[in-house]
Design a binder for this molecule. Structure first.
Ligand SMILES: *Cc1c(COP(=O)(O)O)cnc(C)c1O
Length: 454
């Protein structure tokens, strides 16, 4: 008993290990393929982009991977993040369910993303790297990496999708406040950017183009590497501090989730909160339902195809098997910028195929309605992305009400919405609409998937 309490307290402070679900999977996920040879990628293929330690984590099947002390030191500033019981929301909904949420908005950048940004910056610094290049859409990832770069003394170059660069000056200002250089993409600083500008000098940019620019910069110089904020195995791994803390915190409350809910863009905050619980289940522990909530306007898990595809529009990245809408698919411009990605993390996709997780798609309006309900009950204004998780949790709580079940619901409130108030202004002003994607464009993007024989 004494040992259990000590374990709980230690782990509640800051986990000492990340949890790697690859160790517990009943079937290993399909290999990542080199786009030229269609053979499984090797560590050498990835060496131009990432430091050796992160490449090793990408392929590791070790269950527990130690978190280096300098990373735990930075985590200590805001970790463990609080786990709250949403009592006023429960009351407002009249549900017998207990609703808990893990609040990742307490990090310096305001979301879960610094959990991996700090780790990636640390391993790059350790490998002697001087500069990191990355892309950002709405700016959450760019500002998280800018913060991590400032902590470890790395230069950070962020290619920000031009429309967002112009529409979201505050995220850009945050990156610059942390000392990063933020460039509107397409830019004239790379060959891929110049090529796009040559065809259209006023091109609005896209995440796919920004990735190509950042990758180009990383490949060009020995002292520069690339960093990605979601999708990859090592990114999901770093996010498991969220679920490990939640497990320990719920233990202190003498509770355990029946349902876990999180939003999915590339899948990292979802994996972060859910994988430790799915792992416990796979090792013979309690069964838990896990629900991914994605935007109806970019529904990779519910409407995409499980197939090999590129991670970027420029078709430069390795091929991964995932739920994808096609790398040429451009979702409509809804407000949850962090969820506008054509694919899904290969590990999350694999779990979906194995029937270990469920997925639902929710529209923009119902998510903002849920976010306002949450703000009025709990006082925290969620990021537009996080509104999807709130919507999913409310749906589950209302189901419990109808069924008269006192289930335990845990969801990831992955970020606050303080930099997204324009979206709330639009919503409160009645200007938000439900946008749907173009079916013909989706069909075309899916028809254009690379041919890879199973
Ligand atoms: C980036 C981001 C997301 C989407 O990314 P995931 O990898 O799916 O977590 C969701 N919410 C917030 C607040 C984000 O910043």
């Amino acid at each position: 008993m004494q040992d259990t309490i000590k374990y709980v307290l230690d782990e509640t402070r800051i986990p000492k290990f990340w949890y790697n679900i690859a160790a517990d999977l009943p079937v290993p996920p399909p290999p990542v393929l080199h786009p030229g040879t269609l053979q499984p990628v090797t560590a050498a293929d990835l060496a131009a982009l990432f430091p050796a330690e992160l490449i090793a984590q990408e392929a590791s099947t070790e269950r527990e991977i130690e978190i280096p002390e300098p990373i735990r030191d930075v985590y200590r500033q805001w970790r463990p993040s609080p786990l709250y019981r949403a009592r006023r929301l429960e009351q407002m909904l009249g549900t017998p369910a207990r609703i808990y949420y893990k609040y990742e908005g307490v990090s310096p950048a305001g979301s879960h993303k610094p959990n991996t940004a700090v780790a990636q910056a640390f391993y790059n610094k350790q490998a002697g790297i001087k500069r990191l290049a990355t892309e950002t859409g709405a700016g959450q990832w760019g500002s998280s990496l800018a913060f991590a770069g400032a902590v470890f003394g790395l230069e950070v170059r962020v290619f920000m999708v031009r429309v967002s660069y112009e529409q979201k000056p505050y995220r850009r200002a945050l990156m610059e406040a942390y000392g990063a250089r933020c460039v509107a993409s397409p830019s004239d600083e790379t060959a891929s950017g110049r090529a796009v500008l040559a065809s259209n000098a006023r091109h609005p940019g896209s995440l796919g183009i920004a990735i190509s620019e950042a990758v180009e910069l990383a490949v060009q110089r020995e002292d520069t590497k690339y960093a990605l904020g979601s999708v990859l195995n090592h990114v999901l791994l770093h996010q498991t501090v969220v679920g490990k803390e939640a497990l320990a915190q719920l233990m202190m409350a003498d509770d355990y989730p029946d349902v876990i809910v999180a939003c999915t863009g590339g899948g990292s905050n979802f994996a972060g909160i859910a994988f430790p619980f799915i792992g416990a289940q796979l090792r013979g522990g309690r069964k838990v339902r896990v629900v991914a909530v994605e935007p109806a306007a970019c529904p990779s898990l519910t409407r995409g195809k499980y197939a090999y595809d590129f991670g970027d529009t420029g078709r430069l990245t390795p091929l991964t098997k995932m739920h994808t809408l096609g790398s040429s698919f451009t979702p409509p411009g809804f407000h949850a910028g962090g969820l506008r990605y054509h694919g899904m993390a290969p590990l999350v996709s694999h779990l979906k195929e194995l029937g270990l997780i469920e997925a639902i798609a929710c529209s923009q309006l119902e998510c903002f309605e849920a976010g306002l309900r949450f703000a009025r009950a709990e006082g925290i204004v969620p990021a537009p992305e996080a509104n999807h998780a709130v919507r999913g949790a409310i749906k589950e709580a209302l189901r419990c009400k109808i069924e008269g079940k006192a289930e335990t619901i845990l969801f990831n409130l992955c970020g606050h919405g303080h930099f997204d108030m324009q979206a709330y202004i639009d919503h409160l002003g009645g200007k938000l609409t439900d946008q749907s994607y173009d079916e013909a464009e989706l069909a075309m993007a899916l028809a254009g998937l690379p041919a890879v024989s199973a």
